[in-house]
Design a protein around this ligand. Structure first.
Ligand code: SAH
Length: 360
């Protein structure tokens, strides 16, 4: 349980809708209040119990004590020319977390609505140490609690309606499995924010035990796997996690996952100039990915990072060559461009900047 259920306070945003009744009773509070509480939290979107005016004052005081709401404070917002926004959020202990929102403007019935795809962080920093990734450049600070991941979603609400959520910000979700899963179950819950499971995507660098756990949940979340190299020699160098769980083990876990859940896995392949961008690399990628039934590939041109100036974005022709090789091998492939590059909105870069400026 996020925040610890025994004795101390339990963050309100870490309680699953089904758990409210039991927790209220345990604390001598009236179970029938659960629905009003859920309505206040996830229909009225209160950020302070005093805003829950349907509840009696003494109950609000108890809720403040027992189930505090801890909103994240927006301390920075960078907007890229393409509209992508990167929010820098301050957590209760002063640590900074990044979340990125990608708005899509939809006109209908005379009014304009804004639909958001949001990318949330699961940890502050990251222990995985992938060479091309800014989030891991300074190691792991700490994991986020479930309610802090929910707080990221709540902080983005004022910019529009959440329609897709991806756990592709800072951190490795399978290295913070319980809290991440609790947050996603809450966000998915009908009496919570009610975001459909198929609109929620987890991305892992290949922490193998997570696959079996996720398959056992019986949920419909989407799963992405960051591959970036299709042989152990190269992957060991780019992603230290590969030394613990090499490709054969990772692909076997992917295979089992797809067979058990009948769900697609999307492999992410970030193309880095002169590193993993040869025709042989593309051929090898096609071959290995085909070991997994129902696999798709997303090709992503590297987003340059400050701490590794030697790593460069490949030219368009390289991306086209990769796409061509994979398509000829009948691998379903898309080229994805990371939006918001202009505002350093990709991959742990805003927080890294802040730290350098001494504001973190
Ligand atoms: N730890 C998880 C989720 C966070 S990273 C994972 O590894 O999947 C989200 C995606 O961004 C991953 O595919 C990651 O490899 C990719 N990424 C990281 N740094 C990048 C960069 N500089 N350019 C392009 N993609 C990058």
């Amino acid at each position: 349980m996020g925040g610890g259920a025994t004795g101390g306070a339990t963050p309100a945003w870490s309680v699953l809708p089904d758990e409210w009744k039991g927790l209220l009773v345990e604390r001598g509070l009236r179970a029938f209040r659960a629905d009003q509480i859920l309505h206040a939290l996830y229909r009225d979107y209160i950020t302070d119990w005093d805003q829950a005016t349907t509840l009696p004052k003494d109950l609000r005081e108890s809720l403040k004590r027992e189930f505090p709401i801890a909103p994240a404070e927006e301390v920075g917002c960078d907007t890229a020319p393409d509209g992508t926004r990167k929010l820098l959020l301050k957590m209760h202990d002063g640590e900074l977390v990044e979340t990125v929102i990608i708005p899509v403007y939809a006109k209908g019935g005379g009014s304009e609505t804004v639909r958001l795809t949001q990318c949330v962080s699961s940890q502050i920093g990251c222990a995985m140490g992938c060479t091309f990734c800014a989030s891991g450049a300074n190691g792991l600070v700490r994991s986020l609690r479930a309610d802090e991941i929910v707080a990221e979603v709540m902080a983005a609400r004022k910019y529009g309606t959440l329609t897709n959520l991806v756990v592709m910000g800072m951190g490795e979700p399978f290295a913070n499995y319980d809290e991440t899963m609790r947050a996603l179950k809450l966000i998915n819950a009908g009496k919570g924010p009610n975001l459909g499971a198929r609109h929620i995507t987890l991305s892992t660098c290949g922490v193998v035990p997570g696959f079996e756990r996720l398959a056992a949940e019986g949920l419909q979340f989407e799963l992405s796997v960051s591959l970036h190299a299709a042989n152990d020699e190269l992957r060991d160098r780019l992603m230290p996690v590969n030394r613990r769980w090499p490709l054969a083990e990772l692909l076997a876990a992917c295979r089992e996952y797809t067979l058990k859940t009948k769900r697609i896995i999307t492999f992410e392949y970030t193309v880095i100039e002169g590193v993993n961008d040869s025709r042989e690399c593309a051929e090898e990628l096609a071959r290995r990915v085909r070991e997994v039934p129902m696999a798709k590939v997303n090709l992503i041109p590297l987003s340059p990072v400050d701490h590794r100036p030697g790593l460069r974005t490949p030219p368009e022709a390289t991306m086209a060559m990769f796409l061509d090789v994979l398509m000829k091998r009948h691998v379903q492939t898309m080229i994805r461009r990371s939006r918001g590059k202009e505002s350093q909105a990709a991959c742990g870069q805003l927080r890294a900047r802040r730290r350098m400026e001494g504001a973190g």
